[in-house]
Design a protein around this ligand. Sequence first.
Ligand code: SAH
Ligand code: SF4
Ligand code: F3S
Length: 445
Amino acid sequence: MSKNTYHITTFGCQMNEHDSEKLAGMLLQMGYYESPDKSAADVIIINTCSVREHADERFFGTLGQLKKVKEDNPLKTIAVCGCMMQQPHIVEKLKSKYPWIDIIFGTHNLQEFPKLLSNSLNDRNKTIDVWRENGDIVEGLPAKRKYDFKSFVNIMYGCNNFCSYCIVPYTRGRERSRHPSEIISEIEALVLTGVLEITLLGQNVNSYGNNCDFDMSFSELIYKLNDIQGLERIRFMTSHPKDLSDDLIQAYRDCSKLSKYIHLPIQSGSNRILKKMNRNYTRENYLSIVEKLRIAVPGIAISTDFIVGFPGETEDDFQDTIDLVDSIGFDSAYTFLYSIRKGTPAESFSDQVPEDIKHKRFNRLVEVLNKHSALRNEAYQGKLVQVLVEGPSKNNKMIYAGRTDTNKLVNIRTNKEAIGKIIDVLITETRSFSLFGKAVDSERY
Ligand code: SAH
Ligand code: SF4
Ligand code: F3S
């Protein structure tokens, strides 16, 4: 008998990637196997993102290709889920224009997928089940993790910040934190299977534990995790500048396993724009956090996000962003063109920036950011670093890629023995987006 197979396409952030790992875990429990080839799979899932228009477009592009696959083999199950499904106008569009989709579900009922799949297989009727409100946190879902030696761990779900441009609070619901004992036992179990590095996931990890029936802050959680024997590295995503506490900065001093790295999205260097974005901090607040972090953790790497062309952004506002980049000198940054999201406050802001101006500013900003990335990386020349080796590099199978504690990508000429290990590497060359090095223990690696 041939095996039943599945294929999952994932758009969006780490939260979505980890949701897909959970879907894969549920499918494995149901006896399915992963198919590397999307069109050959019996169950095809698209896990969507709606953070920018481009993400929406890519989803509809993928759907266009699947239409033919479904026509050729109507017994296949096509399921769509994720953030886009939490938007009623998208579900309406799917119902009217893509009637061949079998299952539509959202971010709040991931755990229901096995039930939705068997219902759909039994009666071959279209199943639409999207919950408007978030339910209780569901513990104990299986997950098929991408790596054996590093892993995502959710610590909280949802977002209460309502930045005026952002769709996430509408697609992921209100903030809720997992109980620390659940987080700790999940990580202890992972470490027993050989996991060395964990990345704690939340839209705003600094508000971990707010409005909960337990008493633990994010920094207190870090101290607890730092005590787990066998765990080597603790990372987290994402932290919001408005509530990054001095306690967390102290945790960087005290907890040896906390990575010397932080992703701290700033979005803009202009106080006027930050206010319109509802970010609740100023550029001065941000500069002061960076200063404190750099004093507490010499060598800490800082990355950030920018939105270019937010409604009302003038040349002066944009210049404030450039000046801020020059005074901070980020290690790396993601730069996004502002994209109107339906249902967000900024959708109705009248002073949208013309596309050509947005693009010109985008290019100017990227140029300045790249210059700083290259400078930051130059400081690594000749240095000894510890790299967690992940696997062969994308472009050259003889070279292996891994990350330093500071999250720098390092390419190393080594062998597959090194995969999943933290090894000493001497940096021999630096570029804007990566470093090159050789293993110190050249006999073994
Ligand atoms: N919770 C995280 C990440 C949210 S989404 C945080 O608060 O930082 C990731 C990034 O996408 C954001 O930091 C922002 O830079 C970008 N983004 C979100 N909405 C956007 C929009 N409407 N247009 C362009 N970029 C957007
Ligand atoms: Fe979106 Fe702001 Fe929440 Fe981040 S903090 S997810 S940008 S609303
Ligand atoms: Fe996208 Fe949803 Fe993540 S909108 S960025 S997949 S939380």
